[in-house]
Design a protein around this ligand. Structure first.
Ligand code: ZN
Length: 136
């Protein structure tokens, strides 16, 4: 079972790795390892027939699930729908959610949890081009 490994830690960045996304069970949380201040990020893996062992809801944070591989079903309150690699599901506060893997291959996903309604400027309204020379 792998853990989140810190690879580089700069004054203004952190680089960690969950390693092989098939190499752990359950969830790997990233926020503390990278010192994130705006969201929690976790990697999750569910094997064939496996669901998160509980339903849960959130009071202040919405969750955004990004399915990286595999397929399954997602339930929000009493609504069930199919999910697969490439699916992105946003779930609001105040409702129950769970997901289950129905594919032969494991379902690997990322969950990004952030305060609902907190996103202000983003992408090009927040970014500005700078003059730094590339070292890449
Ligand atoms: Zn949650």
């Amino acid at each position: 079972m792998s853990e989140i490994k810190v690879l580089e830690n700069g004054a203004k960045f952190a680089h960690v790795s969950a390693g092989c996304l098939n190499g752990f069970d359950g969830k790997q949380f990233v926020k503390d390892a990278i010192g994130a201040t705006s969201c929690e990020i976790s990697f999750g893996i569910l094997r064939t027939g496996e669901a998160v062992p509980f339903f849960h809801s959130h009071k202040t944070n919405e969750e955004n699930y990004v399915i990286l591989s595999g397929a399954g079903k997602f339930q929000v309150d009493n609504v069930v729908f199919e999910i697969a690699e490439g699916s992105v599901v946003r779930v609001s506060t105040g409702c129950d959610r769970n997901l289950k893997c129905t594919s032969v291959d494991p379902m690997v996903y990322i969950c990004i949890q952030a305060k609902e309604g907190s996103l202000g400027d983003y992408t090009m309204t927040d970014a500005e081009l700078t003059e730094r020379a590339s070292l890449l």
